[in-house]
Design a protein around this ligand. Structure first.
Ligand code: FES
Length: 83
């Protein structure tokens, strides 16, 4: 199970992190990866200036665009599940 946390702290929240959760969930579901990914919201990952932030495993990725969740899953989640 791969842990994926979307920051919903105030700084990331104002940068659309709620939409990231919704669209990331949809991108994961469309690839039938629901059972392999533990998607959750988390308060402040400590990198506010780089937000919105998403933590995949132990890596924090910044400036995540909610419009690009399909690409995000393919680039950052699928390789970790395969590796
Ligand atoms: S509010 Fe998201 S990293 Fe601080």
């Amino acid at each position: 199970m791969l842990s994926v946390s979307v920051c919903v702290g105030s700084s990331c929240h104002v940068r659309n992190s709620r939409r990231i959760i919704d669209e990331l969930q949809e991108a994961i579901r469309s690839r039938n990866l629901d059972a392999l990914v533990d998607l959750r919201a988390e308060f402040c990952l400590g990198h506010c200036i780089d937000g919105p932030n998403v933590k995949v495993g132990n890596e924090i990725l910044g400036s995540v665009a909610h419009e690009a969740m399909d690409d995000f899953v393919d680039a950052h989640i699928v390789p970790r599940l395969e590796g």
